[in-house]
Design a protein around this ligand. Sequence first.
Ligand code: G3H
Ligand code: 13P
Ligand code: ZN
Length: 332
Amino acid sequence: MVSYKQLGLVNTKKMFAKAVKGGYAIPAFNFNTMEQMQAIVQAAVETKSPVIMQVSKGARKYANPTILRYMAEGAVKYAKELGCKHPQIVLHLDHGDSYETCKSCIDSGFSSVMIDGSSLPFKENIKLTKKVVNYAHKHDVTVEAELGVLAGVEDEVSAAESHYTKPEEVVEFANKTGCDSLAISIGTSHGAYKFKPEQCTRDPKTGVLVPPPLAFDVLKAVEKKLPGFPIVLHGSSSVPQEYVKIINDHGGKLPDAIGIPEAQLRKAAKSAVCKINIDSDSRLAMTAAIRRHFAENPGHFDPRQYLSPAREEMKRLYVHKILKVLGSNDKL
Ligand code: G3H
Ligand code: 13P
Ligand code: ZN
């Protein structure tokens, strides 16, 4: 058993309470590789932001659980080496699919876990979430739960259509489970294809596709039922069109990739939404930088040559999100 406290990590409790009060959101960046982790830490230190480094079950398998534990410890030490005296770094399991996965993460140094029972009937979701909360809280680990279904792929869970969270269910769910934060469904979804072009309108000046707005009425109703309770938004990549263009101009094929406009996320971050999940944008930044690098340097084959600009681009993206979208800078 390795406690996250030994690794220098923190749970989300105080961080979320401050974010809800302060009207900003904590970045939750997914990572799979060392370069992503380095870029996340560099961005958090540079902007003096707390940060959640999160891994899906698939990412944990990809990286290896033992290596991850040392990466997390390394992230805290690296942040200090970069000049941050008191880094606030959370290692979080994203979309935990079972009690066993959550327990295994808690036992190997995670400071926060998500149990995603959103595809289960309401009562079963409560039962599973409660079981995870009971174990996690014994170890001072915080738990994120989910109510409502997001369209798209959630690791091994997938749904063709989204079902917004029902505000009338959230009080019973939060009280019966004791969860520390709640992911809700208000129109975001995972991946780089969040809307079909026919769901969007076209800006007459720029020709850019504008997706329908998020269901802020649902968010407001949830906030009213659970005042001050930490709310989480998944599927919150904006799918920057400059990255899509670089990828498509250099041999890629991402037709009609559409994300959530940043203005919508800025508005959400000012509310009880205190954790915003971003994965796809980092994947796009990395892929765009690598594709461009190979096109410009066809003779390169040393991974450091193409992963350095990829890491730089991801760091730029993370800094931008913190400063211009989430507002979590200067909070350490
Ligand atoms: O919500 C899903 C995350 O973007 C993680 O995706 O399961 O491909 O690692 P993954
Ligand atoms: P995106 O695919 O929009 O980046 O969402 C990531 C996410 O919600 C991870 O849990
Ligand atoms: Zn998610």
